[in-house]
Design a protein around this ligand. Structure first.
Ligand SMILES: NC(=O)c1ccc[n+]([C@@H]2O[C@H](COP(=O)([O-])OP(=O)(O)OC[C@H]3O[C@@H](n4cnc5c(N)ncnc54)[C@H](OP(=O)(O)O)[C@@H]3O)[C@@H](O)[C@H]2O)c1
Length: 319
């Protein structure tokens, strides 16, 4: 099958478009013909092998890479129930040091409970863009943060992939949302329905004088120590990048009225279906800024790497 192939850790330019062995369907998996994918910082980490990239994907070069996908079920394993050939589905491949496939490719093999149904009126590019970041935001806010309707949430890094979904999901959950972004992207965050956008360069966390029920660090640039002061009693700090200091803070938070936790995203059918229904109802704008053909994936990854992107970039796999 045609795929973006990584021959070894290196630069974005070292990724080549070529042919690679397709994944095989097993008894409990489905084979999905990928129509669209989207790029994530995790792809940059896998390509470079830095920042934990080796924990996100196997080092069995040459390998296809990429996590998000949306496409059409082409084959179902003998023991699969609830999914059929022709279903339009979306999801993301699991972060795992044993993962040997990628979604910047014509086919992926996945468990049926790891995909949601793509609604007919939603483009594959929008569904693919929503998968990782939407599940991360939903699982981080609802499950780790235990965000409830009427509560106040601060989303640090509201202009990026996870952040642009987090502000909308928090609003859909009934929360009052404040976000931070660079000045150049404030209007994008306002366009997502966020009234209060703070320029994180002009107003660092240390100068904020208000409190929240959940501090969701979509940028994962802060620490529990910095955010604790900004939390109400019973409030939660949620980050996306586990580290020794985060584990230390989690232990300390056991003795505090304020919680500290991190989220590792899982592709779950129920969560993907929830995201899809919000997209259909208009509660969730998929924030796709631009769509690139697979042959131009280097441009998409370089744009993400440059920090210029507002929201998400999608990749069309079918030419
Ligand atoms: N744990 C998990 O399962 C999981 C899942 C998904 C993502 N992640 C990780 O989460 C991180 C964010 O992912 P993403 O897709 O949202 O990335 P992204 O699209 O590149 O967005 C990065 C965001 O960080 C903001 N930012 C940069 N410097 C900042 C600072 N000093 N203070 C506050 N915000 C700052 C950016 O704001 P401006 O552009 O406005 O400067 C932007 O909103 C990545 O490290 C990714 O690997 C983890």
């Amino acid at each position: 099958m045609r795929a973006a192939i990584l021959d070894g850790y290196g630069a974005i330019e070292s990724l080549r478009i070529g042919e690679i062995e397709p994944p095989k369907v097993a008894d409990r998996t489905i084979l999905v013909r990928v129509c669209a994918a989207s790029v994530n910082p995790a792809d940059l980490k896998v390509i470079s092998g830095k920042d934990g990239g080796g924990f996100l994907h196997a080092k069995n070069f040459p390998t296809a890479i990429g996590f998000d996908f949306s496409g059409v079920v082409e084959q179902v394993g003998a023991n699969v129930q609830g999914r059929a050939v022709g279903d339009e589905v979306f999801g993301h491949l699991a972060y795992s040091p044993s993962s040997k496939q990628g979604s910047f490719a014509e086919l992926v093999a996945v468990k049926p409970d790891a995909v949601g149904i793509k609604p007919p009126g939603v483009r594959h590019e929008d569904a693919a863009a929503a998968a990782t970041v939407g599940c991360t935001a939903l699982q981080g806010l609802r499950d780790r943060g235990r965000l409830k309707s009427g509560q106040r949430v601060f989303v640090n890094g509201a202009s990026g992939g996870v952040g642009s979904y987090a502000v909308q999901i928090a609003a859909a959950l009934g929360a009052d949302v404040t976000g931070s972004a660079s000045a150049a992207k404030a209007s994008f965050v306002h366009s997502l329905g966020v009234e209060r956008v703070i320029d994180y360069r002009e107003t660092p966390l240390s100068s904020l004088n208000e409190t929240f029920d959940v501090f969701f660090d979509a940028a994962s640039m802060s620490s529990f120590g910095e955010a604790k002061r900004l939390l109400n009693r019973g409030g939660a700090y949620v980050t996306l990048l586990p580290s020794a200091s985060v584990f230390g803070a989690m232990v300390l938070s056991l003795f505090s009225s304020k919680r500290c936790g991190f989220v590792t995203v899982r592709s779950r059918a129920a969560d993907l279906d929830q995201l899809a229904s919000w997209v259909v109802s208009g509660a969730l704008n998929t924030s796709v800024e631009e769509i690139f053909p697979l042959s131009d994936i280097h441009t998409a990854l370089s744009a993400l790497d440059s920090g210029r992107v507002r929201g998400k970039l999608a990749v069309r796999i079918e030419e």
